[in-house]
Ligand binder design. Sequence first.
Ligand SMILES: Nc1nc2c(ncn2[C@@H]2O[C@H](COP(=O)(O)O[C@H]3[C@@H](O)[C@H](n4cnc5c(=O)[nH]c(N)nc54)O[C@@H]3COP(=O)(O)O)[C@@H](O)[C@H]2O)c(=O)[nH]1
Length: 711
Amino acid sequence: MRNLPLQRKLMLIIMLSCCGTLLAASIFFLAREAKGLYRAQREDLVSLAEIIGANTASALVFDDPESAQRTITPLAAKRSILAVYVLTGEGQIFARHVAPEAGNAELPLERLGPSATPGAVLAAVEQIRRGSQGSSLFSGFDCLVQPVYFDYERVGTVVIHADTAEFQKNLRWTVMVTLLFMLATVIAAYFFSARLQRMISGPLLDLLSSMKDVSASKNFAIRVAKPSDDEIGLLYDGFNEMLSEIEERNQILRQRQAHLQQLAHYDPLTRLPNRTLFYDRLAQALYQAERSRQVLSVIFIDLDHFKDINDTLGHRTGDLLLIDVASRLSSVVRSCDTVARLGGDEFTIFTQNVMNADNAAIVAGKLNALFAKPFQLGESEIYVTASIGVTLFPHDGKTVDELLMNADIAMYHAKACGKNVYKLFDKKMNEHANERVTLLSDLRLALEREEFVLHYQPKVDLLTGNVTSVEALVRWMHPRLGMLAPDKFIRLSEESGLIADLTDWVLRTACTQAKKWQEQNLGSVRVAVNLSPYHFQRQDVKEAIFSVLDATGLEPALLEIEITESALMQNDEYTCELLRELRELGMTISVDDFGTGYSSLSYLHRFPINTLKIDRTFILNMMKSSEDQAIVTAIIAMAKSLNMQIVAEGVETVDQLEKLKDQGCHEIQGFLVSRPVTAETVEQFFTPENHLHQHGNYPASHEAAAPETPA
Ligand SMILES: Nc1nc2c(ncn2[C@@H]2O[C@H](COP(=O)(O)O[C@H]3[C@@H](O)[C@H](n4cnc5c(=O)[nH]c(N)nc54)O[C@@H]3COP(=O)(O)O)[C@@H](O)[C@H]2O)c(=O)[nH]1
């Protein structure tokens, strides 16, 4: 039953309950009807027996059988009466009427025969009375035994046998009618239940078929029209609502999936493919290029000085620059090529079917040219360059990793070659990369082995010609490569985290030397130490400086701290506070390489700075470039208005010196006075004499100091 379809279940329930109810009602009705018929027949017989008894009682008393016979014959003439007997009290048949129709019936008293004794008759009558003489409503005749009284004294007995055919006929007719009624009701119930079933299960089946359609087509936009406003209509409404909800959730799910897909494969800032997608696309492109024997180029692009832009102009500007760079790069390549951002300021591109290295170089040249125009970032317009490395498949490498590594190496070479250029990968570059690894492991041991030395370069006051301070510049006496200039190892030590230990060593050595000069009465010459931006961000930099001053006993006033513009811009508040503390103690704060960063003079005003050192590229070019000349003039004028001391770096010629003097520059540093030299050599500049005039037309001074030849 449980597994039957609802349609059948409904039909079965209706039919079973209908038939059951009908059957019970019919049985009850038939039983009542039969009982009624029977009771009517008995009542007829009883009244007939009473009439016969009343009319034959006196005949019995007066022993007048003929009178009794005359009485019963008309009374028993009814068609349903089979036999009537009037018996005396002793059991003799007093009067008798047997209808001709009774011939076939085996009436008990007739069976006794005429010779039956009164005792046998009485016994038979007793049996009839008890109902054990085979008479019944269904066996063809019914019997009644009625005593006859006269003056309350029993004088005889009336026995009546009646035909039950009429009763049976009536009963049969009633049964027939009942059965017909039942049949009609069952048929009606069947049609009713079929209709009901169609009314209920029809819409349910329609709904089921719609559900199957939705499930098969996965089209949750389908809606079902409700057939009625009843509970089934509510079910349809519920189904439609459920579909709407699923559709809505699917929509959200699709959006989230698309978003996740975007996040997983695209850089959120520039919307370029990210590392994962780039690797994947490149792997596929390599597979195709291998099959079709095509040449493919992988290009690695790294922005020059991006960190400085971030530090000085802020991360928002850095982000705008990356977006702009991404769009410029995308404008150059073909649609089948891929431009990606690997992270930070690193972009990669692969271009398909480039044929040869010359074509790859043309693409790299185009990419390089993209940086010729300035970038408009909000209010600021800045020039940014990029170093580009190019490698070719299958010539330089066969796998994604190999090609990317080679492009990266080529890019590093471009950086080493002065930036803003592109370089095609060459197998020799790998050797340089290996050299870098070796140099790094040497660098880790250099401090322990005491391979570093300090050289000092004087800064001279343009008015007095006296040395105001000397800049401590580190050199590495490499056991195999000879004397290495800081350019060869400072960046490496910054990247490897060794810069902190190296700076501590420089600081300690320079302060010890300055203290020695003071004790030798060579004058109060300040010593200037360069602090790397990496080191400067260390929270314990102040403690490091104080501990060196404590250990060496040097007065803070004889220590000058040189930091770059970019270091100044990092973590504004921390830097400002630190510099203020150092300055309050009497140290001099100088900003190195000024003009190469992106800070404005008005911004610098917020920091406790004593001195600005104009970058040597401006000094180098100021004689031939009016633009550089204008920059130098502007820096000097504005720094003066902010009460800052100006030092021009990299002064090599007398013309430069004259020009700077005319413009009111305070101090100069450069080969014109002296190259960086040993502590002993630089001491000769400390005597209170005018070093600018001592050597006649100036340049002689750097002859006096033996030129260093670092690698
Ligand atoms: N964090 C640290 N940085 C240091 C340290 N020692 C040096 N440096 C930085 O390395 C850069 C290169 O320094 P170096 O090779 O010593 O070059 C210095 C001078 O030799 C050079 N200079 C000086 N005058 C002239 C000149 O007339 N012409 C010319 N072509 N070059 C000249 O300039 C360098 C000094 O520059 P600056 O520091 O900007 O005053 C350099 O950036 C050093 O700062 C160190 O211990 N820690």
